[in-house]
Design a protein around this ligand. Structure first.
Ligand code: ATP
Length: 224
């Protein structure tokens, strides 16, 4: 069965923490392709200071996946997916999953990859209980965060949780798996701060992205 993953975020800007996680997710889950998907208008956080178009352009440079039209898939199986930029309104994940499921058909394993911090707050997402109708949920373990043991998400997890990665790649949707990841201590917040104060972000962000940031004057004090 073909397997496709989605890894969403603001990517403001994309950094090595995102990229390393994406590579590991694709390998551990045996995904044919992993879509990195910038949220155009994230429902749960302040509007990013840098436009969705710039954030997408930086992501494309980071994974070197070429332009849309040539498939955009790089040698690590990563792909920059702009579908949330092409939609009006807030970027609700359930709408993205429904759209992708419609495109892929029923015979493809679809995995939504989120952090444990997001899983704990899943009940605040739009139509959250429908998410597993369209996809498996793969949760990246994060230090300091645990699976909820009480409350609506805990109840929803019962019967869906699995530690068997085979179940994920051999069925289209409906399961929740927790994956241990290498968590590099890097955040976009720290990178924006470095840039605003004139400090280097070398080796935290791919060189091509640094070049783009400087070319377009992004993340200077007034933009950050
Ligand atoms: P910010 O500092 O602006 O909140 P961020 O660095 O956390 O940004 P996001 O774009 O919000 O980045 O994150 C997108 C996804 O990447 C989320 O699922 C988040 O949990 C994950 N992520 C962020 N930083 C890391 C990291 N260092 N290692 C692994 N995953 C990360």
């Amino acid at each position: 069965m073909k397997a496709v993953g989605i890894f969403g975020g603001t990517f403001d800007p994309v950094h090595i923490g995102h990229l390393r996680t994406a590579v590991e997710l694709r390998e551990h889950l045996g995904l044919d392709e992993l879509h990195l998907m910038p949220s155009a208008r994230p429902p749960h956080r302040e509007r990013p200071g840098v436009s969705a178009e710039h954030r997408l352009a930086m992501l494309r440079l980071a994974i070197d996946g070429g332009e849309p039209g040539d498939g955009g898939l790089d040698c690590d199986g990563l792909l920059a997916d702009d579908r949330e930029l092409r939609r009006e309104g807030l970027s609700y994940t359930v709408e993205t999953l429904a759209q992708l499921r419609n495109e892929l058909g029923g015979d493809v394993a679809l995995c939504l990859c989120i952090g444990m911090d997001s899983l704990v707050n899943l009940h605040t997402w739009q139509r959250w209980q429908e998410l597993s109708d369209y996809a498996h949920i793969v949760v990246a373990a994060r230090p300091g965060w645990h699976l909820p043991e009480t409350g609506p998400v805990a109840q929803w997890l019962a019967g869906r949780y699995t530690d068997d990665v085979q179940l994920i790649s051999h069925s289209p949707s409906g399961r929740v798996l927790v994956e241990a990841m290498t968590l590099l201590p890097v955040s976009a917040t720290q990178i924006r701060e470095n840039l605003a104060t004139g400090h280097s972000v070398r080796y935290l962000v791919p060189d091509a992205v640094i070049q783009y940031i400087h070319q377009h004057g992004l993340y200077k004090q007034e933009n950050s």
